[in-house]
Design a binder for this molecule. Structure first.
Ligand code: ZN
Length: 381
């Protein structure tokens, strides 16, 4: 007995830990964005296991061309540090460089292994499936610096806690929490929106046959019109407090930006949740999509090419309340036409809220609506 029976292995077999007590050293430092700093922390904590740093050229090209690292381990979203030519040259010469943010100073070291250039068009096409600059991921790729730096990181200094960050957990912490709760099957729920009742029902449907739900809202840069992070977090807390049984649901925030890479991001989302210790992940229609760039089922279909992933996807159609069925149901179980369904689009919901009106209780819990209404600016501008 190892005591680990039933515990899912981290992706690649080992939980990465690049957190160190050492002080930052070196003469050269690079200032990076808060989003990138979040990802450095994610690498350090093993959320991105097996990555130990920013991708080198061989791994980068392998991820772009076939959605796998050069050693064949599944990886679909490039985790890279882009810099201009002068910085790349200086970093190469320095060998080890400090990473800092404008706000928090030096917080990590990067051991430079190589610097290289990359093809932006090819990268965008491979990751996002398009080179249309109306796609936020494509625009971001095209606006990147021309050089990438590959190398392992060491993480020294976390940012100060704030009301959202205090909900951040490391995979070591979530794995312990799941084990302490006695959960063996854990279903991850990715979200970037306040919960609709339909989402709650979908999660509870999976609770019927699994031990626990891990609600894991994505905190970080989003596009204009999306809900702000505080609203997403607080609305979930309100839902869990009022509508979940004790000890069947845990919430932690995941601090990484949405990439809107659809199917490729669905795989990335699954890998992160496996590292947290989840055995299953709910993948819905148009998971991590934006606009009309991906077919509604692309994020589900891509998993057939990744049968080596140990976390299992659970595919759910969209839930809604049906006035004929008198239940929250979905198109697989309900024969009735849309006029009997209580459903609302994101745009309509936003208009309703902007005008100070509440959606029906079959759409959204009053406690959740209150969180949104009480917030001065619930949407990203
Ligand atoms: Zn029905």
């Amino acid at each position: 007995m190892t005591g680990n029976e039933g515990v899912i292995r981290p992706h690649g077999g080992r939980l990465v830990n690049r957190v160190t007590q050492k002080n930052p050293t070196g003469t050269f430092s690079i200032t990076i964005s808060e989003d990138l700093a979040n990802d450095v922390e994610n690498i350090a904590d093993g959320i991105f296991s097996p990555l130990e740093g920013f991708l080198g050229q061989q791994d980068f090209e392998s991820v772009v061309s076939r959605g796998r690292l050069s050693n064949d381990i599944a990886w679909t979203v490039p985790i890279v540090l882009d810099v201009d030519k002068e910085t790349a040259t200086k970093a190469k010469q320095a060998g080890t460089v400090a990473l800092k943010t404008a706000e928090n100073g030096e917080f990590a070291m990067l051991h430079v292994e190589e610097t290289y250039t990359f093809e932006k068009q090819k990268t965008a096409q491979a990751v996002y499936g398009t080179i249309d600059t109306n796609h936020p991921g494509v625009t971001k790729t095209f606006s990147m610096n021309d050089y990438l730096i590959g190398g392992k990181i060491d993480y020294m200094q976390r940012p100060k806690d704030d009301p959202i960050r205090k909900y951040r957990m490391t995979p070591a912490q979530t794995r312990k929490a799941f084990s302490d709760a006695g959960w063996k099957t854990i279903v991850a729920f990715q979200t970037r929106n306040p919960p609709h009742v339909a989402h709650e029902m979908l999660q509870k449907e999976s609770l019927t046959t699994h031990d626990g739900v891990f609600v894991n809202p994505l905190i970080g840069k989003k596009k204009s019109g999306d809900f702000v992070d505080e609203v997403i977090l607080e609305s979930y807390l309100a839902m869990i407090e009022n509508y979940y049984p004790q000890n069947r649901c845990k919430l932690a925030t995941l601090h990484t930006e949405m990439r809107y890479a659809g199917p490729k991001e669905a795989i990335h989302h699954a890998i992160m949740r496996q590292n947290y210790g989840c055995t299953h992940i709910i993948i819905g229609r148009d998971h991590a999509g934006v606009g009309k760039y991906y077919s509604p089922f692309a994020a589900q279909e891509i998993f057939s090419g990744y049968s080596d992933l140990e976390i299992e996807p659970i595919f759910f159609p969209a839930f809604y309340y049906c006035k004929k069925c008198l239940a929250f149901t979905n198109e697989r179980a309900c024969p009735h036409s849309p006029e009997f369904h209580e459903q609302i689009s994101g745009t309509k919901l936003r208009t309703l809220i902007d005008e100070g009106n509440s959606p029906s209780e079959f759409i959204m819990r009053p406690e959740v609506v209150k969180v949104i209404m009480d917030h001065k600016k619930p949407f990203v501008e």
